[in-house]
Design a protein around this ligand. Structure first.
Ligand code: GLC
Length: 475
């Protein structure tokens, strides 16, 4: 690990396999290793909190690197720095039981203070571990303060900062009266973080960073618009010259159809392994093992911006006019859980709803389904459409953000395209896309081609890792 030319410190609130709740965890769990693979002269390190959720199997591999006191306004707190190496990347874990020994990652009354502590500790850790990054790459609002602190107070010589927005909806907004007391920011610097009468940490990081990125080119464009920007469009516009979009990849080792019990790959002449997965899924869920009936699935947080409003409007119509089976996996807003409960009761031999966040189960559903539905209202990148494709399941998506960038509509004449898409956020446009997909499914030869296009499309990190490395080098 010594004597590498470029040093990168990636900062974020979650990373797989250690602790994660969503897409950010997938990205920080797979991008760093991809960067390390692509550039052996670059020293890639990651830092995240040591949550209670980080399992014993990882804690056993950790060594304690240092212990520091972190000053945050009037507080003076212990911070243990632990590390382990995985796939050519050093991961640091910052320990403070009072802040991180809790039964969830987020959602506490003092999240602002917890991530202010974390960000401060990251900045104080740099001399303690004797690793001076050329680039500090922060992700989402929980690490936004690292970028702000460096610009205002730490000013590490030569260190450039990148701030990546994974979802602009979550900004880290707080009342102004905690500026000094919790965030340890001087009143004279209020204008840096103030927006719309509040402290807005995302806004502060956008203003302070050297480069601003988001997780697809289309989303980089979209967030200049009020429909997508959740109030920050003017700040994005004013900083547009720093902004670019780099689409995410997925972990090809973790999501690998060749690692399934019934394995298959895009290059197989037939998808017999895939068919076995479908039968196994139907059996597991107690659905009729009908090979002809298409299985349409959704794996998603149950939130309205994921398109569930549209689903509620027209899914029954789709079920009534076809022989499709429908499987849902996810947790979230109660309104949608109730809806799917009722739907499953009304169609006992066609619909299953599983209210869980379960990665292993998700692989069974991705690999056993024929069609994957993802009608998001907005989607910065989206990973599920890529995971579904990797498992030879044809995605239906709305043309927004990363869904637009990754899924091109199938054209029955040229036989090009790797999914089915619709443009307007409208329930009957979505229904039309479902019906078009079901019609393609009935034509076995055409369907085979579409499945092949979906499965063969390269969604590994290789290309995007190279783009990140170019950006790091450019700084
Ligand atoms: C967020 C976004 C999602 C993206 C992920 C990783 O969860 O909502 O679209 O894929 O971050 O960047």
């Amino acid at each position: 690990m010594k004597n590498k030319n470029t040093k990168i410190l990636i900062v974020g609130a979650e990373a797989l396999p250690f602790a994660a709740t969503g897409g950010l965890g997938d990205v920080l769990g797979s991008l760093p290793a991809a960067l390390a693979r692509e550039a052996s002269d670059t020293d890639i390190r990651v830092v995240m909190p040591l949550y209670a959720k980080v399992g014993a199997q990882y804690r056993e591999q950790m060594t304690k690197v240092a212990e520091i006191n972190v000053k945050l306004a009037w507080r003076n707190q212990y911070c243990g720095i632990y590390s382990l190496e995985k796939d050519g990347v050093i991961y640091y874990f910052l320990d403070n039981e009072c802040y991180f020994n809790r039964d969830a990652l987020y959602g506490f009354f003092d999240d602002g203070e917890r991530y202010a502590f974390f960000s401060r500790a990251v900045m104080d850790m740099i001399p303690a571990i004797d690793f001076y990054p050329d680039v500090l790459h922060a992700n989402d609002w929980q690490s936004a303060l690292t970028v702000i602190y460096n610009k205002l107070y730490y000013k590490y010589p030569g260190m450039k900062t990148i701030y990546t927005i994974h979802n602009i909806e979550y900004q880290g907004k707080y009342d102004k009266y905690i500026l000094g007391d919790v965030f340890a920011i001087d009143n004279s610097d209020l204008s840096i973080v103030e927006y719309d009468g509040c402290i807005n940490l995302t806004k502060g990081a956008i203003v302070c960073c050297d480069r601003l990125t988001t997780v697809s080119a289309k989303y980089a464009d979209e967030i200049k618009d009020a429909f997508f920007a959740h109030g920050l469009e003017n700040i994005i516009m004013a900083n547009a010259e720093k902004l670019s979009g780099i689409v995410n990849g997925i972990d090809y080792d973790y999501y690998n159809p060749m690692a399934l019990e019934n394995k298959f790959s895009a290059s197989y002449r037939t998808f017999s392994g895939k068919a076995k997965n479908k039968a196994a899924l139907q059996e597991m869920l107690g659905l009729p093992t009908d090979t002809d009936a298409p299985i349409v699935s959704m794996i998603s947080r149950l939130a309205s911006h994921k398109g569930f409003d549209l689903v509620k409007c027209v899914l029954e119509e789709a079920l009534d006019n076809s022989d499709m089976q429908f499987v849902l996996l996810g947790t979230g807003e109660k309104e949608f859980e109730y809806y799917f409960c009722e739907l499953a009761a009304k169609y006992p031999s066609r619909v299953r709803a599983l209210f869980e966040f379960n990665k292993e189960l998700s692989k069974k559903i991705y690999s056993g389904s024929d069609i994957f539905l993802m009608p998001s209202k907005s989607e910065p990148c989206g990973l599920s459409q890529m995971i579904a494709s990797r498992y030879a399941t044809v995605p239906i998506v709305r043309e927004t953000g990363g869904l637009y960038d990754t899924i091109k509509p199938f054209n029955s004449e040229t036989l090009e395209g790797n999914g089915v898409t619709f443009c307007t956020y409208n329930a009957h446009d979505m229904l039309d896309a479902i019906n078009r997909t079901l019609a393609l499914y009935k034509n076995k030869n055409v369907w085979k081609k579409l499945v092949k296009n979906a499965a063969e499309k390269d969604f590994s990190w290789n290309a995007s890792a190279r783009l990140y490395l170019l950006m790091y080098a450019g700084l």
